[in-house]
Design a protein around this ligand. Structure first.
Ligand code: WQD
Length: 339
């Protein structure tokens, strides 16, 4: 089955291309390289031994997208391509609503025109805001988004649900990611944040590599075991495999208006300080960090109840936090010290 992977040169997209190939799918990558580069495609080629079709293009370009769908005749789409920086979305909301939502509409219209059967959407646990009860299940009410970025994910889920329920012949799944971390064990692909990382783990590995003087831990006065925020950190390769399982589940569905949502997390919460101490254990590096003020908009604690994805989608996180941090550190050393 031929699968379009939008944003396939990105962090989660590139790892998913590898897992799709391993599972016997035929991935086709589109990416505008806004937040990636050709080196990622080289890494994918080294891991898989394959040069997958790659089109440098923007999902917002209706004519280019239609032309691609006409040419490639996809069986399914996995849609990663989106702007994803929470802070930036607060500064530039119109850019986020336009890019993240117009691209989705363009893809859904092309999928209908060219009879694509399956659509997997990259959503986020950010749609839950600060849940009242933990762990969060898929029926946990969505909270008003804490950022325009998060709002684009919530609106996108509703667009996909309403479209599928109009019976266009498309079945869809939204995967609500928790916190993806780590890299491929080969250290040939990994996370490539542009500029100063906003996410925790790339900031940790860059600090450990001497690229940053120190890490600031945003707040230690939360109502958690050690006062720092709690998150559900999931290895990016486990997350990539969940996309393969989602396509397989969609392929088994007979309801033509099948749409569902799955939390994709480990089901366990770790604090920021626990993650830092695990990193120090696996890397042997004493991390230089200070405790600073809370970051506005941060959720105090969130982690998934993963029963539905375990039982219905037959997927379960297999890799540990330690493995994820080891792989993230190997990747950072590779891109920093091996030119
Ligand atoms: C995790 C924890 C910070 C950096 C967001 C989006 C989510 C997804 C991932 C895109 C928080 C703390 C962080 C630092 C710190 N988006 N932290 N010092 O905010 O949970 O999730 O990014 O893929 O949809 O909501 O991830 O890694 O930014 O922060 O103390 O330098 O680490 O306060 O508690 P977050 P994060």
């Amino acid at each position: 089955m031929k699968i379009l992977v939008t944003g396939g040169a990105g962090f989660i997209g590139s790892h998913t291309v590898v897992e799709l190939h391993q599972a016997g799918f035929e991935p086709v990558i589109i990416d505008n390289l806004y937040n990636s580069n050709h080196g990622v495609l080289e890494g994918i080629r080294k891991i898989t031994g394959k040069d997958f079709p790659f089109y440098e293009m923007d999902c917002n370009d209706t004519e280019q997208v239609r032309e691609l769908f006409r040419k490639e005749q996809f069986d399914g789409v996995i849609h990663f391509a989106a702007y994803k920086a929470v802070g930036e979305s607060v500064e530039k909301p119109l850019n986020y609503y336009e890019n993240n939502l117009i691209s989705l509409l363009v893809l859904l219209r092309a999928a209908k025109e060219f009879n694509v059967k399956s659509f997997v959407f990259s959503s986020s646990c950010t749609v839950y805001g600060q849940p009242e009860h933990l762990p969060v299940t898929e029926s946990t009410p969505r909270q008003p988004a804490t950022s325009p970025y998060g709002n684009t994910k919530a609106i996108a889920e509703d667009i996909i649900r309403d479209h599928v329920h109009s019976k266009p012949g498309l079945k869809a799944i939204s995967l609500r990611y928790f916190n993806p971390i780590g890299a491929h064990e080969s250290a040939l692909i990994g996370e490539l944040p542009n500029g100063v990382p906003s996410n925790l783990v790339p900031f940790i590995t860059q600090t450990a590599a001497g690229l940053r003087p120190s890490l600031t831990v945003f707040g230690s006065d939360y109502d958690t075991p050690d006062g720092t925020c709690v998150r559900d950190f999931i290895h990016v390769v486990d997350l990539a495999k969940a996309h393969v399982k989602a396509l397989e589940l969609l392929d088994q569905q007979t309801d033509q208006d099948y749409y569902d949502v799955f939390n994709v997390g480990t089901g366990e919460g770790y604090t920021v300080l626990q993650l830092i101490s695990t990193f120090e254990e696996v890397s042997g590096v004493k991390l230089n960090y200070t405790i600073g003020p809370r970051r506005p908009g941060d959720v105090e604690k969130i982690y998934a109840q993963a029963d539905k994805v375990n039982n219905v989608m037959k997927w379960r996180a297999e890799k540990s936090i330690a493995e994820a941090l080891r792989d993230a550190w190997n990747w950072q050393k590779k891109i920093t010290f091996e030119k």
